[in-house]
Design a protein around this ligand. Structure first.
Ligand code: ASP
Length: 717
């Protein structure tokens, strides 16, 4: 009998495993999936339909995350870590919403989520022909790249003119090959409704981040608002809740092991179609540099925030985002090594080269492509350290970042709108300023000075031939007697660029005025321009050449594999499907795909990040789970694991059952799955979500927010 059950189970698992597959399907590829066979109980028109409301109308892009409408009054479910910056911005030591959580008792109490916007995909259209027209006539690669960018902007501007109030975007699906125009409804008034305390929303903190088993209640609830007539509007007191065309049905029934699930959302970036040379560059150059640099900053900020809650609060969102990337990169580096990804890719590439050599015409056309790609990555590798130092100077050092934004704004704003860098175009400029002012709120002089000092130290150590000349000159980096500490201190003492009023005025000044302005950081930025501009021009050239070569390499791969591909993730709308499924992360280890509240008590130490609130522990001990208790596990589920194909940006994606009802909330991947950005595989690709029953139970029992369940249409009495 046991043997029989075992056989049946194995058969079932291997059959259904067939249906778990790689694929973040764009809307244009939905027709290639046999939905019924895959396990869906809905049709493609239920997912996306320009004629009638469909699930896609309920899915929002929320900054770099995803969210979904869960009520007719614009309620949005997303992750705690996606709302984190808004919660931090709204908090101070007195009203510490990050620590204590936040609940709006009524609409009037909902707080603006500063800087947050919402996009909803309305339509898509292939515009590749227009973007790529006669490009081969342009031999200068930097020029080629600029032409592609300009055409994308032109198409965007035209689409926005034809569709007032909407946001357009031309997304690159395949480098140098496929471009798609997306139109979005664009909402600019988003507010916080419910946020759990960090001891629930980020239970386990960085220790548990990117890990399974997981017990984090990583969710928050926001609401989108529109003008009283339903049109998108900036935050205003008399705005009204946005009424989405469609909202998701939230089902308290949840899921069980092996259930079919799918996700909709806006995955950010994957690199599956890239060459071994790109991959080797990431493994040996880019990711190690960034991981180390972020780690250094995390230590610094944690240290500086130790004694004072107000300071810690100001650093909290930055630390979180640095730490998230840092650990993600460490996971990827481990995976790249373990899977010998570069070696495998080299093997495949050698086979493709051999295939080309068999055909003279193909060899003539494509034979040199791979080597040309290699040359670009060699060039990048040679100057990587200096190029990173230079670019992080205007990214990691706030005062220089402000100065650079002001300087570039003045310079770019004197050009025609379409000729400007995207951040300074009319359609984006207000947001660019807003982002800067939010960053200014968190400005910390001491941290900034130390970060700048560290970058100067790094620059001083660069070998000959890689020196950043303007930095050498500006800070006397070649002089052993130098005292840059003094110069830095003086600059921060004299700085005006870190003052709100000064910044507001500076944004209104001409380029000529800015160049003459007497602020040390503005002067430094000006002196650094030759190197900043040279780097920008080099990047344009390399991107232009890579865009052409990548398109050719993709053609070769298609010929060789006789296959079509799904484009890499690029922050556009995607669907992925799979099953609630455990896995074996290491020899002799099997992980079950659903965690329960028992794990919260087991992990609880009383010390952050494992400090579950007393009330939560009492509720768990009282087993007061009511109608939300799992019928199969006889307790409250917390985390769920599934073999869908996700990446960053899928944070906040709804996990849906076969009927398209919401059963969970995606927020992470297992450590071993971070590598799926380079290659997906059923054996290790596992994503992590919060079970909807845990969210509903927290709202009902922990927060006493039954009214939110009412709004979702859930009968809880
Ligand atoms: N937790 C992740 C993020 O923040 C989501 C993922 O990458 O799977 O990006």
């Amino acid at each position: 009998m046991t043997k029989f059950i075992f056989l049946i189970t194995t058969l079932f698992l291997s059959l259904s495993a067939l249906f778990a597959e790689e694929g973040m399907y764009p809307l244009s590829e939905l027709h290639t999936i046999d939905l019924q066979k895959a396990g869906f109980k809905i049709s493609a028109a239920d997912i996306f339909n320009q004629e009638a409301p469909s699930l896609s109308d309920a899915i929002v892009k929320l900054g770099g995350c995803t969210g979904s409408f869960i009520s007719p009054q614009g309620l949005i479910l997303t992750n705690h870590h996606c709302a984190f910056r808004a919660v931090q911005t709204a908090s101070n030591a007195e009203h510490d919403y990050l620590k204590n959580g936040f609940m709006a008792a009524g609409r009037e109490q909902e707080i603006e989520a500063k800087g947050y916007t919402v996009r909803i995909t309305q339509s898509f259209k292939d515009v590749s022909a227009e973007v790529l027209k006669d490009l081969d006539a342009i031999s200068d690669f930097a020029e080629r790249n600029k032409t592609i960018k300009r055409r994308r902007k032109e198409i965007t501007a035209r689409a926005e003119k034809e569709n007032p109030g909407m946001r357009a975007e031309v997304a690159e699906m395949f480098k140098g090959q496929t471009y798609v125009l997306f139109l979005y409804t664009y909402l600019k008034d988003v507010r916080l409704v419910y946020v759990p305390p960090i001891s629930i929303g980020n239970f386990g903190g960085e220790t548990d981040n990117w890990e399974w088993p997981r017990h984090t209640g990583d969710f928050s609830i926001l609401r989108a608002y529109s003008a009283p007539d339903g049109s998108p509007a900036e935050y205003a007191a008399d705005n009204v809740p946005y009424q989405p065309k469609k909202y998701l049905n939230v089902t308290p029934r949840g899921v069980d092991e092996n259930d079919f699930v799918f996700l909709l959302g806006y995955p950010g970036r994957t690199y599956r179609h890239r060459t071994s040379y790109f991959t080797a560059y990431e493994e040996h150059v880019h990711m190690p540099f960034v991981a180390d640099w972020y780690q250094w900053q995390i230590h610094l900020l944690e240290d500086l925030g130790k004694e004072d809650r107000a300071t810690a609060l100001r650093f909290s969102a930055t630390i979180k985002s640095l730490a998230n990337t840092e650990k993600n990169y460490r996971g990827k580096l481990r995976g790249l090594g373990r899977l010998q990804m570069v070696r495998k890719k080299r093997g495949q590439e050698a086979q493709i080269q051999a295939f080309l050599q068999k055909d003279e015409a193909l060899q003539r056309r494509y034979g040199a492509v791979l080597n040309a790609i290699k040359n670009i990555y060699d060039e990048k590798t040679n100057s990587a350290e200096r190029d990173y130092i230079l670019s992080y100077l205007t990214r990691s050092v706030s005062a220089l970042s402000f100065a650079n934004t002001v300087y570039k704004a003045a310079e770019e704003r004197e050009k025609e709108d379409l000729e400007r860098e995207s951040a300074f175009m009319n359609r984006n400029f207000e947001r660019t300023k807003k982002r800067l002012f939010i960053r200014l709120q968190n400005f910390d002089l001491q941290a900034d000075e130390l970060i700048l000092t560290e970058l100067l130290r790094k620059a001083a150590q660069l070998p000959k031939g890689q020196r950043i000349k303007s930095m050498d000159r500006l800070f006397s980096l070649n002089n052993p007697e130098r005292d840059w500490q003094k110069a830095i201190k003086q600059a921060y003492d004299d700085a005006k660029i870190t003052q709100k009023d000064f910044l507001s005025k500076a944004f209104q000044q001409s380029f000529e005025q800015i160049q003459k302005t007497n602020d040390p950081f503005l002067q430094w930025i000006q002196a650094l321009q030759p190197d900043i501009k040279a780097l920008k021009e080099k990047n344009e050239r390399q991107s232009g050449e890579l865009s052409k070569l990548s398109a050719q390499w993709a053609e070769v791969k298609r010929l060789y594999e006789k296959n079509t591909f799904i484009p890499d993730a690029n922050s556009t709308f995607r669907l992925t499907y799979g099953h609630i499924r455990g896995y074996a992360p290491a020899d002799a280890v099997y992980n079950f795909p659903i965690t329960t509240v028992a794990g919260i008590l087991e992990k609880h130490t009383g010390q952050a990040p494992f400090n579950a609130p007393d009330k939560l522990r009492q509720l768990i001990k009282a087993k007061a789970f009511g109608f939300l208790q799992s019928a199969t596990l006889h307790t409250m589920p917390v985390g769920i694991l599934y073999d869908c194909d996700t990446t960053g940006g899928n944070s906040g994606s709804p996990v849906l059952n076969a009927k398209g009802e919401l059963v969970g909330l995606n927020f992470d991947r297992a450590f071993g799955a971070t590598i799926n950005d380079f290659a997906w595989d059923e054996s290790y690709s596992r994503s992590i979500g919060v079970d909807i029953r845990y969210i509903l139970w927290l709202l009902q029992k922990y927060a006493g927010a039954g009214y939110l369940l009412d709004e979702m249409g859930i009968d809880h009495n």
